[in-house]
Structure formats: C-alpha cells, structure tokens
Design a protein around this ligand. Structure first.
Ligand code: MLT
Length: 404
C-alpha cells in the first residue's frame, strides 16, 4: 500500500501565515464590530503602477488577436524580459550575468522552495535563525533532516545560524561549513541589511568550502545605503558559489500577479555538474512558464515611467517603515530594521512571549503582526511589523500600540 510522505509529518501543523490568518478570522467572527489593522504578512496594499497596468492591457489585447496570440512561454521565460533583467539589474551594476542564466518564474516563494531539488538528499543546510520558514520547510519536506536532536530542538541536517541583538542580527560563519547556505538580505524577518564587505566574506567562505549560497534578494528595492549590495554578484567570486532569487512582489506590487526569477550562473559547478543545466532541466519538466501578459508587465517595471512610479511606491512604504520605527521608539520600544527593508523587528515588552504579544495586540488594539518565534527559536521575544499597509492604517496602528 502506498504511504504518505512522512517528512511532511515532521513539520508544524500549519504554515506560519496560515496560523495567523486562522487566529485573525476567528477573532473577527466573534468581534465583527472591530476594525482590525493587518501589519502581519508582508502583502502590498498599493495598486499596480500605471505603467504596469498599461502593459497588461496591451498584452491582453495581443492575446485576443490571432497574429499576436501566444501559447506556452519559453521554458526560461521570454527573451525580452530576461534580456532586460540582465541589462538593468546586473550589467548596469557591473555584474556579469547573461540572459540565459536567468530563469523567469511565478515568484520567489516557489523558487526558494524548489531550488533545493537540484541538490543531493544528504546535503546539510545552513539557515539563519530567525528565518523565512520556506527554506527550512521545503528541505524537511524533501527529507533533508537526519535525526531530530531533542537537546537542540532541531534536525541534525539543518544548521541554525543565530542572528541576535549581540551580533547585530547577522549570522556568523559556521565552524563546519553547511553544503547549502540560505541568506536573505535585506532580511526577512529582521529588516536588517548586510554590507558588501560582510557579504564578500560569505562568498569567500562558500568558495573555500564548496558550499552553495542561495541568496534571496526579494527586498533589494528597499535598500538605501551605498555600502549595501543589491545583488550577491556585486561580490567578486559569487558566480562560482551563489544562486540568487528575486521577486517582483515587493519591488513592484506583484503579490497578486506573481512573477519572480532565479539566477544560476554557468560557472557554478559542483561535482563536475553545471547546476544551471540542472535547474533548466527541472524548469522544463515542471513549469510551463509565467503568463505572457505578466512577463510584459514585468518588462514595464524597467521602463522609465515604471521606474519612476515604483520609486514613489517604495518611498510610500518606507515612509510607513519610518513612522513605525520612530513611533515605537518614542514610546520606549526597542526596534530594529526598517531603514533598508520594509520590516521592523521589535522586542516584545516585559519579556512577553511572541505569541502572547500577538494575542495581546489583537485583543486589546486589534493590530496584527507576526510573532518572531514563528521564524525560529531566536525570534522568541520579538515581533515583526510590516510597512506594506496603507499610510493611514499604519499611523493608526502605531497610535493604538503607543496608547496600550
Ligand atoms: C512575509 O510576510 O514574510 C512574506 O510576505 C512572505 C512571502 O513573501 O511569501
């Protein structure tokens, strides 16, 4: 008899944001009169920029004409988008990335969950703690666990790299190098960024030890500091050790439209195998391409109008981040992040646990955030707020928290 994939049973009962959604909907059913302000999941609230809407309309019209209709998209994505990305995101920053090293997808969440498939089952995985849960869960689902270490409270094939206040919420190079290292900068959930010099140390470490870095740069559009890299390929040597994942969700408001891409350089070779070719093989087998109209919308992100409109959109969210940071700091809270990223990482007051603080805010002031412990043991005692709400709701939420 067939049995279920037991690895799924090693995971928590539900995905973090599903658990939060469940709690919030239970609360609103019993308190329908209350206005809940959601600063939990990092979902955007501003409408798509006019340049993107225009590109969507145009592409929809093309799909309605026999001469311009398109069926399946090419495996890697349309050349018009891959070439634009290579030029605008990489070559213009001095990074040597070619269009055929870029794979268009339906978003960074899928890519960050799927990328582990091209690595061996016995790989040891290094993740930051706290961490975006997809990196860990997708490896556990694939059976990359080993035994459960009761003492440490984790699987022995998953190595947690603590990111604490004491180390500036930045991971330290592990003594024993993991095979796969997930790094996300600017960081979800702490909202902290890494400097180019610090990232270069990770690149050197990975090259020296034969590790591969999976670099999630979904929040790069929010960087303001000159010394903060937008791509890992700004570091010399990254072509031989790093895969980069990018998203249109946060830089262009595509959370509901879905578009992302992954870069796998041809120089990334392990055990004589060119990993780019493996990812191409996987893409060709399991994915039939992002929709044509969405890829055209992605192209519009790089047009002069698109760029200027999205700069304003990012500034809108970063004004929220600044209001959250200063509002909470003035009220005596300890706050981190929020200057190069749309997330604010705050210490819970009076040593409350993260989930207790979540319940407290929901019940007393109807503000929803994300408990830090949902991102890992080191997140206990912390709480994440997102800057992706509307400005008015953000100000109201901060006022409510200040008046608690
Ligand atoms: C988050 O809130 O951490 C993100 O929105 C989740 C995601 O991008 O999948």
């Amino acid at each position: 008899m067939i049995t279920a994939n037991g690895n799924y049973l090693k995971l928590p009962g539900s995905y973090l944001f599903s658990r939060i959604a469940g709690k919030v909907s239970a609360y609103s059913e019993t308190h329908p009169e209350q206005k809940i302000i959601r600063l939990g999941i990092g979902d955007v609230t501003q409408p798509l920029a006019p340049a993107i809407i225009e590109a969507l309309h145009k592409a929809v019209d093309e799909m309605g004409q026999a001469e311009t209709f398109r069926g399946y998209a090419p495996d890697l994505g349309y050349a018009f988008l891959r070439e634009t990305i290579a030029k605008e995101d990489y070559v213009s920053r001095g990074c040597q990335i070619a269009a055929d090293e870029i794979f268009i997808s339906d978003g960074a969440k899928s890519d960050s969950g799927n990328i582990q498939e091209i690595f061996s089952r016995d790989a040891v995985v290094g993740v930051c703690d706290p961490v975006y849960p997809v990196y860990v869960d997708s490896n556990v689902m694939a059976g990359r666990t080993g035994n459960y270490n009761e003492q440490k409270g984790c699987f022995d094939r998953v190595v947690y790299m603590p990111c604490r206040k004491e180390n500036g919420f930045l991971p330290e190079l592990p003594e024993t190098a993991p095979d796969l290292i997930y790094l996300c900068f600017p960081n979800n959930p702490t909202g902290l960024a890494i400097t180019r010099d610090a990232l270069r140390q990770w690149v050197d470490y990975a090259n020296k030890n034969g590790s591969v870095i999976i670099y999630d740069a979904a929040y790069e559009a929010y960087i303001s500091g000159e010394d903060i890299p937008h791509s890992i390929y700004e570091c010399e040597g990254a072509r031989t050790c790093a895969i980069e994942i990018r998203s249109f969700s946060k830089n262009a408001g595509f959370t509901g439209l879905r578009l992302g891409f992954t870069v796998v350089p041809k120089d990334l070779v392990r055990g004589g195998v060119v990993l780019r070719d493996l990812w191409a093989r996987r893409h060709g087998t399991k994915f039939n391409g992002a929709p044509y109209i969405v890829q055209r919308a992605g192209e519009a992100v790089y047009s002069p109008e698109g760029r200027s409109q999205l700069k304003d959109q990012v500034a809108y969210y970063m004004r929220n981040a600044s209001a959250i940071r200063s509002g909470l700091a003035d009220a005596g809270y300890e706050v981190y992040g929020g200057t190069d990223a749309p997330y604010i990482w705050m210490k819970t007051p009076d040593n409350m646990s993260s989930w207790d603080f979540f319940d407290h805010l929901l019940e007393k002031v109807q503000v929803v955030g994300t408990p830090g412990s949902g991102f890992g043991a080191e997140g206990e005692g912390y709480f994440r707020l997102t800057a992706f709400g509307t400005y008015e709701n953000t100000l109201e939420a901060i006022d409510r928290i200040r008046n608690l």
